[in-house]
Design a protein around this ligand. Structure first.
Ligand code: DGY
Length: 321
């Protein structure tokens, strides 16, 4: 029987479904795998189901002898996998697109609203007993309705954020995307394409990132670009931490133009720069984009569909390489 390994625990319902159909090995205490454990996994299992926290880089994927034939990733982003090395080594890689779009978009809106309305600061005041009651000048935030939102990466999640912002908050939507989009993808969004980040950033009250991580977008929001943002604006990142240069972000918060940031992802997760932890003008969440029971179960079922197709000799529906 084909040997399958999950590097992390999944919601119980999908683990049970997997066990009914396959011989599966688990990571009982749900600890993050070390590089050595990942290498052993690739040596001992035909199918490995990793997550975003498993660094499957060139060195790890170059292990000998190699038994793994499929990396069925539990998640849509695959920037933690060196796809070129996987291809060279004959490893198929699949992901779980589509099923986490709505929940990730919801979380981007949560961060946008929390940072604009200073919700984290307010909650900390209430819990620590520092709230002195209603005052006309207490914790004044920034109005969201009718403002301009710039979306970096108008894929499924970017468009879902645009829908929420346009229809729920009457926001004007600008975007940058590497390719022209089909008119049906933009239907009802009233969204305007910009030629470059440089052209879009100075016009936006809010900027939300929805592009892939990895080498291509490493520090896409660097010091020069962040300094072009509109004075008093906000940055939201639910994509990948390394899309933003953390030092430059802190400088843009300290000296302008940024008023605040809402972050769900970080460079070097789960270690968060202590300078961010100390600030009141940032909202910090622990990579919760897809973290609802419904979505995580749907992600598990999507992995299942990919590995079933692979084992039956069919094309996996979500093949990346
Ligand atoms: C994703 O699916 O890419 C989420 O960030 C979790 O990995």
């Amino acid at each position: 029987m084909t040997r399958i390994l999950l590097t992390a625990r999944w919601p119980q319902a999908v683990e049970a479904e997997l066990v009914r159909r396959f011989e599966v090995a688990f990571n009982p205490d749900d600890h993050p795998f070390s590089r050595e454990e990942l290498k052993q996994a690739l040596q001992n299992y035909e199918i490995v189901c990793p997550t975003v926290v498993d660094p499957l880089d060139r060195e790890v994927l170059s292990v000998e002898p190699l038994r793994c034939r499929l990396l069925a990733n539990f998640g849509v982003g695959v920037n933690h996998i060196d796809l070129e090395t996987a291809r060279k080594r004959g490893i198929t890689v699949t992901n779980t697109p589509g099923v986490l779009t709505d929940c990730t978009a919801d979380l981007a809106m949560t961060l946008l609203l929390m940072t604009a309305r200073r919700a984290g600061e307010g909650e900390r005041q209430v819990r620590s007993g520092r709230w002195r009651g209603w005052r006309p000048t207490h914790l004044l935030g920034t109005k969201v309705t009718g403002k301009t939102l710039g979306i970096v990466g108008m894929g499924r999640i970017g468009r879902a954020v645009a829908r929420r912002a346009r229809h729920g908050f009457g926001m004007r939507i600008l975007y940058v995307h590497p390719r022209p989009l089909a008119p049906e993808d933009l239907a009802g969004l009233d969204a305007q394409a910009c030629d470059s980040l440089e052209a879009m950033l100075p016009q936006c009250d809010f900027v939300s990132l929805h592009c892939p991580g990895g080498a291509k977008n490493y520090h896409l929001l660097d010091r020069a670009r962040l300094s072009r943002m509109k004075p008093g604006s906000f940055l939201v990142n639910t994509a990948r931490g390394d899309v933003v240069d953390t030092d430059a972000l802190i400088a843009a918060l300290d000296h302008g133009p940024l008023r605040g940031a809402g972050l769900d992802v970080y460079e070097n997760e789960p270690n968060i720069d202590p300078r961010l932890l100390a600030r009141e003008d940032v909202v910090l969440l622990p990579h919760l984009g897809s973290a609802t029971r419904e979505t995580r179960e749907a992600m598990g079922r999507r992995v299942l569909a990919n590995l079933e197709a692979f084992l039956a000799g069919r094309e996996p529906p979500d093949r990346v390489v």
